[in-house]
Design a protein around this ligand. Structure first.
Ligand SMILES: [Zn+2]
Length: 138
């Protein structure tokens, strides 16, 4: 199983989009939280959201009713990033309501959903999925 941290590096780095389907990372999340609770990972290991991600989370994040598993001080927000043709190489953060619009454009997009705590900087890639014409034609 790929480790979370390398997964996130792919997400923030220049790695390509996932090939197809929806991939969930909840099991990775659970094992990471287990390691944190056992003390094998420190808070700085898991609360490492970059300033840009925190900014996007504050502006475009979708509020959830899930409490942050690390600081337990506020609820997590979900941010969706899209990668694909005519989008910036670093991806585009989607505002709520953007996804239906953007998925009608020609070409396949890879979307990444990240949960973020704007309080303690916990962040985790939750799932990836593809939208767009190529995905619909399969
Ligand atoms: Zn937190």
């Amino acid at each position: 199983m790929p480790s979370l941290r390398s997964g996130q590096q792919r997400f923030f780095g220049s790695g390509g989009p996932p090939k197809s389907g929806r991939i969930e990372y909840r099991l990775v999340r659970e094992s990471l939280l287990r390691e944190f609770r056992r003390g094998r990972l420190g808070r700085t290991d898991v609360c490492d959201a970059q300033p840009e991600l925190l900014r996007v989370a504050r502006n475009l994040g979708r509020e959830t009713s899930t409490e942050c598993p690390i600081c337990e001080e506020c609820n997590l927000v979900h941010v969706t990033f899209a990668f694909g043709p005519r989008l910036p190489a670093s991806g585009r953060a989607l505002a709520p309501g953007d996804l239906p619009k953007i998925s009608r454009r020609p070409g396949e997009l890879a979307c990444y959903v990240v949960e973020v705590c704007t309080e303690c900087s916990w962040n985790h890639l939750l799932s990836t999925f593809n939208v767009g014409r190529a995905a619909a034609s399969r």
